[in-house]
Design a protein. Structure first.
Length: 275
């Protein structure tokens, strides 16, 4: 049996003694320390405290990636615009050039936000003018077709029918040409804007020239001397505004490549992309 030591005088006492035999101090047996149990995990289905709601904020690199993608869309779109407009005047390839240019314009429209509010507004107007110009041309074409049929039965001249077609295409082309000017207008410096308006004016002038040549297209000295070659010549002149448009689109693309535009990304604000 183990002895119990008195905490006061240090005398040894029997294990069953309750008081020290020497000084009478009460003896309290020391209990063995309880084993330490590892902390138990919380009950898995315990109710978790409700977390306060915070509005989700995109990390800064998310907006950087989104901005880069939009700029790349604009770069690709401008390249397609250059290719499309340069081949749009070529016979039997104009439709392909129109499709390529249309895809390029859509990409420019998709990537418009980083380039500022003016560019957003102008590209939206360009889309409106494009739709209106195409609509006027299509409805005008059917109107001219009906007019031509009625004139044929009524003994009308073929030159007047062709004149109606030409006038309709001039009006539709003038409206459509505004979309070509506006789609990159805010991306241009002064020389590029001058090129856009120059190409637009030349396109309208060529349409008017063809219209004025119609009276000489059948019979008379003009046809005998020149034949239909004069219309092929004026048609080939369409390469001039196409080349000028292509140059302007290329200048806008080069400004992006040289990092002149768009402006740096602004500080992120709640609920709005930091364009």
């Amino acid at each position: 049996m183990s002895a119990v030591t008195c905490p006061r005088c240090g005398a040894s006492n029997a294990s069953q003694a309750r008081y020290c035999m020497t000084c009478g101090t009460a003896l309290v047996p020391t209990a063995a320390p309880a084993p330490q149990l590892p902390p138990q995990p919380a009950y898995p289905y315990a109710t978790q405290p409700v977390q306060p709601y915070y509005q989700y904020q995109y990390p800064q690199n998310y907006w950087e990636v989104a901005r880069t993608n939009k700029i790349n869309n604009t770069l690709t779109g401008l390249l397609l615009l250059v290719i499309g407009v340069l081949i749009s005047w070529i016979p039997f390839a104009g439709a392909i050039g129109g499709i390529v240019g249309f895809i390029g314009a859509i990409l420019v429209l998709v990537g418009r936000e980083p380039f500022g509010q003016d560019h957003v507004r102008n590209t939206t107007l360009a889309l409106i003018f494009f739709i209106v110009g195409i609509t006027v041309t299509i409805f005008g074409f059917f109107y001219a077709l009906v007019y031509g049929l009625s004139s044929a039965f009524g003994g009308g001249s073929s030159s007047s029918i062709v004149a109606v077609f030409s006038i309709i295409f001039i009006i539709g082309g003038a409206i459509f040409g505004l979309s070509e000017v506006l789609v990159t207008y805010s991306l241009q410096k002064s020389p590029g804007r001058t090129l856009l308006w120059t190409a637009y004016a030349i396109s309208i002038a060529l349409g008017l020239v063809n219209l004025f040549l119609l009276p000489f297209s059948s019979g008379g000295f003009w046809t005998i001397f020149f034949g239909t070659g004069v219309f092929l010549f004026t048609g080939s002149l369409a390469a001039i505004p196409a080349a000028i448009y292509g140059t302007a689109f290329y200048l806008a693309r080069e400004r992006i490549v040289r990092h002149e535009i768009p402006p740096p990304m602004t500080q992120q604000s709640t609920g709005k992309p930091p364009w």
